[in-house]
Design a protein. Structure first.
Length: 87
């Protein structure tokens, strides 16, 4: 881990997440997606840990787009990396 001081004025844009997206990943490239709303990041992480039996999970901040759909910002390794590890 590398931590260093920054000038907070370098931010160009700030967005509030609509919630979280959890992807539960199992061997055989099986994925189940869940939205987690009205939760803190630690609560969403805990839910993912409790529900990823026999697999792994990816956690993302979820941003609803005005034209429909969502944008995801991965807070953990994305599902594709986990699929490669689990086989």
């Amino acid at each position: 881990m590398k931590v260093y001081s920054v000038d907070e004025r370098d931010s160009v844009e700030e967005m509030a997440a609509s919630g979280f997206r959890v992807m539960l990943v199992k061997a055989g490239r099986r994925v189940s997606a869940f939205n987690v709303d009205a939760a803190s990041v630690s609560e969403a992480f805990a839910w993912a840990e409790e529900n990823c039996a026999e697999g792994a999970f990816s956690l993302a901040a979820r941003f609803e787009l005005s034209g429909g759909g969502v944008s995801l910002m991965w807070l953990t390794p994305p599902p594709e990396e986990l699929m490669a590890e689990l086989g």
